[in-house]
Structure formats: structure tokens, C-alpha cells
Design a protein around this ligand. Structure first.
Ligand SMILES: C[S@@+](CC[C@H](N)C(=O)[O-])C[C@H]1O[C@@H](n2cnc3c(N)ncnc32)[C@H](O)[C@@H]1O
Length: 256
């Protein structure tokens, strides 16, 4: 549970560590607290809106673990409502990102075109759609169909066509491969869609510089923030759920 001191974080961002400030609430409200053109990089992993889709097509979700995203309550808006929320979110991204600031959004592959259209409409320059391949996905129903092992990520630049890209002379592919989270990344609690730290650090390192300001408006267990702690970036995080906020707070303090 959150302690008394942390409760003020429902109003404004509070320092959890010298680098990290986080707040509980709806990101559409809390992003308004951030000034225009103040953020260098946004890395985020919003609800993919697959819960209702899965229920409507009769996916058997009974056998899934009880913290699967389809049960989590924030993933089952109807498509039109979700699209409206995403557009309002992308409008705020455009307002708070600096000119040449970067945005990485993780998304299910079937929603990629929707996000590109909404982002471009809101003056975010589309750069890349890439794939994250999980080398050890849950082999659910492996004898019935292809095992789902991929998610996409989308890359946009604000008000320009290029931004920070620290490739250091290396060729960087749009296909990123890693295992899912390891046991030590679950030490402070379980989040149903927690991203691996190595994956998020890949983007922080490539698309920002030390001391830059990074935001994750759908922070979950705080993986983007932990990456910022490790790579010496300033971090702002927003999360709706108090339990996930609490996990993020612990992880930021522990830097893992
Ligand atoms: C896909 S998860 C992010 C997981 C995160 N990348 C991690 O590694 O833990 C999305 C998160 O967004 C939160 N969320 C959903 N709607 C939100 C909103 N309107 N404002 C802030 N957070 C929200 C959910 O509670 C959930 O924890």
C-alpha cells in the first residue's frame, strides 16, 4: 500500500528519488501539469484495448492467470472510446514534447494503423513501426495455432523529421529481440504486461542523452523509470492504479 507521504502524489508529481517524479491519476489529466515543450522523450505502453476484443470473439480466458490484462478492467473500452482517449493522449504528447523530441508507443500489431493515423493528424512525424520479438512467450494453445510472440512499437518525432539517435556508428534494426521479464524484475510485485528492462533501456539509450527528461504516462510497474535511473535520465511517471504505482515506487528506489 502507498504510505502517507506518497498520497500527496495524487495532486502533483513527487520525487521518489533524485531523478524520478511520479503521480497517481489519469494521464489525460496529469499530463496537463507538464509545461509545453518540456519533455525530450516519451516511452510508453498504453492499454492495447484487446480485453473486450478477446471476450467478444469468445477467446477462452478462463485458463489464463488471474492478473492477465483481459481481467484488469482498463483494457476493455469499446474501440471508438479507446480511439478518442488515444487521440487526446497524442494531442498532449505533441504539446509537451520538445521540438525534435521522440515518442515510442508499444502497441498490438492490429492497432498500428489506427495509432499512426491519429498521431500524424496531431503533428507527430511518423518514423518507424518495429517489432519486439519475445524469445520465450507463454506457449498457450501451441497445438492449435501460432504462438503469439510479437508486439509492435511505433516511433514518432515531434515537429521535425529527425531527433536524437545515438547509434554510435552501428546499424540498428527495427526488429528487437529479448526474453520476457526475469524473476528478479518481479521482486516488487506482479504487473500483467510488464516490459523487460533491457528492452526499454535499448530505446532510452538510443533516443535520449544523459540528463534528458523522459516521461511514461502509462507507467505500470515503472520499467521506463527504472531504465532512466540506470541510464541517468530524469523521469516523470503517471499511473492510474495505486497497486502498480506502489510497485513502481519500490522499483525506482531499488533501481531494478
Ligand atoms: C500496458 S501497462 C504498462 C506496463 C509497463 N510498461 C510496465 O513495464 O510495467 C499500461 C498501464 O497503464 C495504466 N493506465 C491505464 N489507463 C491509464 C490512464 N488513463 N492514465 C494512467 N495510467 C493508465 C494501467 O493501469 C497499466 O498499468
Amino acid at each position: 500500500m502507498i504510505d502517507k507521504k506518497d498520497k500527496i502524489s495524487k495532486e502533483y508529481f513527487v520525487n521518489i528519488t533524485p531523478l524520478s517524479k511520479i503521480v497517481i491519476g489519469d494521464c489525460l489529466e496529469k499530463m496537463k501539469l507538464l509545461p509545453d515543450r518540456s519533455i525530450d522523450l516519451i516511452i510508453t505502453d498504453p492499454p492495447y484495448n484487446l480485453g473486450l476484443f478477446m471476450k467478444n470473439r469468445g477467446t477462452n480466458i478462463k485458463g489464463m492467470r488471474d492478473n492477465h490484462f483481459a481481467f484488469s478492467g482498463w483494457d476493455d473500452l469499446d474501440f471508438a472510446s479507446w480511439s478518442i482517449q488515444m487521440e487526446l493522449f497524442l494531442q498532449e504528447c505533441h504539446r509537451i514534447l520538445k521540438k525534435r523530441g521522440s515518442l515510442i508507443i508499444f502497441m498490438s500489431i492490429i492497432k498500428v494503423e489506427t495509432i499512426i493515423n491519429l498521431a500524424v493528424k496531431n503533428k507527430l512525424y511518423y518514423k518507424t513501426v518495429g517489432i519486439w520479438h519475445k524469445t520465450n512467450p507463454m506457449p498457450r494453445n501451441m497445438n492449435l495455432h501460432f504462438v503469439n510472440s510479437t508486439e509492435s512499437w511505433l516511433y514518432f518525432i515531434n515537429d521535425a523529421t529527425t531527433g536524437v539517435f545515438n547509434n554510435r556508428g552501428k546499424v540498428i534494426h527495427d526488429f528487437v529481440e529479448s526474453s520476457t521479464i526475469n524473476i528478479s524484475e518481479r521482486k516488487y510485485g506482479r504487473h500483467p504486461t510488464q516490459k523487460p528492462l533491457t528492452l526499454i533501456c535499448h530505446f532510452i539509450d538510443l533516443l535520449s542523452n544523459e540528463g534528458d527528461i523522459v516521461l511514461d504516462p502509462f507507467m505500470g510497474s515503472g520499467t521506463t523509470g527504472v531504465g532512466c535511473e540506470v541510464l541517468n535520465r530524469q523521469f516523470y511517471g503517471i499511473e492510474l492504479d495505486e497497486n502498480y504505482y506502489s510497485i513502481a515506487s519500490d522499483r525506482l528506489k531499488a533501481k531494478k
